[in-house]
Design a protein around this ligand. Sequence first.
Ligand SMILES: Cc1cc2nc3c(=O)[nH]c(=O)nc-3n(C[C@H](O)[C@H](O)[C@H](O)COP(=O)(O)OP(=O)(O)OC[C@H]3O[C@@H](n4cnc5c(N)ncnc54)[C@H](O)[C@@H]3O)c2cc1C
Length: 493
Amino acid sequence: MKSSVEHNIGITRRDFFKSTTITGAAIAAGAGGMLFPVSASSAQQAAITGKTIKEAARETKVCRTADVVVVGGGPGGIGAAVSAARNGADTVLIERYEHLGGMGTGGLVTIIPAMTDITGKQVIAGITQEWIERLDKRDGADYPKKEHWGSTDKKLVEYYNNRSFFYATGNRVGYSAHIDAEISKCLFQDMMEEAKIKTYLHSWGTEPIMEGNKARGVIFESKSGRQAVLAKVVIDSTGDGDLLPYAGAEFETHIERTMRIANLSFSYWIDNVDLKKYEGYKKSNAKELSEKMRELRKLGGSGGFLTSNLKNQENVVWCFPRYANTCQYDVEELTRVEFLGRKEMLITHDFFKKHVPGFEKSFIVLSNMQLGTRGGRRVIGDYVVKKEDMNLKTPFNDTIAIFPNLDDKNPLMYMPYRCLIPRNVDNMLVACRAFSSDAVINDSFNLIHHCVSLGEAAGAAAAQAVNAGIDVRKVDIKALQATLKKQGVILPG
Ligand SMILES: Cc1cc2nc3c(=O)[nH]c(=O)nc-3n(C[C@H](O)[C@H](O)[C@H](O)COP(=O)(O)OP(=O)(O)OC[C@H]3O[C@@H](n4cnc5c(N)ncnc54)[C@H](O)[C@@H]3O)c2cc1C
């Protein structure tokens, strides 16, 4: 039988003695621990107690120095890296997967809802708008015509409502877009190349390099081993705030179970669905369909889906069942939900094919490369955006983004620059859904375009801090706002 130590570290007693024979280096390490060679080729030694191992200090290669290093190539990271580089900062982007876009591509989340306010006036533009315009050139986006935004014409509202749940809210047409995930991946890499951003894909940012409370760079792991990027500003755009614990930054994780962001999702697309047939069946057999969906849920499947809406994709539907969980950045939970999601995907699709008209010849074309994560760590920043801030009538002095709020009384949400700055940490920004906010704010304002906007502000601020040789919390807010406006960001005044 293996001892627990052997079991924990995946090494057999035989291997252990074999390795010590090769180097003859096994010595007692005190406190019940032992020192033994980690690899035959290195002189590294680790102390092992059974519950933890103490890794020996090691030399890590600095593969690059930069002005700004961004960890995470999702919506927040793309906004941050592009904006930093376009403002003159030598920028590095580190992404764990083989593509850019985060949930917006690998998570199969392809809807950018509500870029207009309740009157139909556009309030989110900047890099999100550029992304949609680039997609347009390849028929990769679908949204209501600009001249219709704000219209309350009944026929138009009905037309757009039928096209997409997101195109008309409160009996008014608005600006929301369905986007192509695969084309987006390509466009994002074009944007990196054009801005001369040194990008490392297949690379996990594991910890920030800290000098006291000052961030000095990032360590990342990849097939090339463990390497470091030294930088003047570090931006955490991992979505989950992966760098925060190691930077000594405070963070919050509490989410009420009833909230949207409390759920993980396993997303997949079903193709070759005859949606006309399905819609016809749904219209004349609504009761029967809902009974079937009840039966499906009893079997472990789930019934809801959204349509693609893109040109030539009229047979594709997106399913994204939600999963309660104990923690969205716990590897065991992520694995559990990934396994469960895949099992239930088959249950659902088998049922649809057999019992739901329109799905007879359908097939599962793709499942998410990136499990749907909605809420992880939220940094405690220089300012925590709170539920009450939704009632603000006057923008914050350091407003760096405006988000539409679908509430008649408080139609605009202002985001302050301070919510990107981790309290008590220098040279670091958080530009993703881990921004400093309570759960209510995060639940409403952590969407794709919100994160691009936060990233865009963080990137411009980082470049400004580097140029001026100052900490990110000292940047000139008026100059930052002027830069953002020049980039097409819509701000007050
Ligand atoms: C099922 C589902 C449906 C949703 N529906 C919508 C919707 O319809 N519209 C909408 O706008 N939003 C929607 N959202 C929310 C939205 O997708 C996210 O809130 C948004 O993508 C967050 O952006 P982000 O940049 O913070 O994080 P992410 O999109 O998660 O991107 C983070 C990036 O960082 C990378 N990364 C993470 N950790 C590391 C690391 N340690 N090292 C290197 N790279 C790392 C990831 O691979 C990823 O590319 C939905 C979310 C889910 C899960």
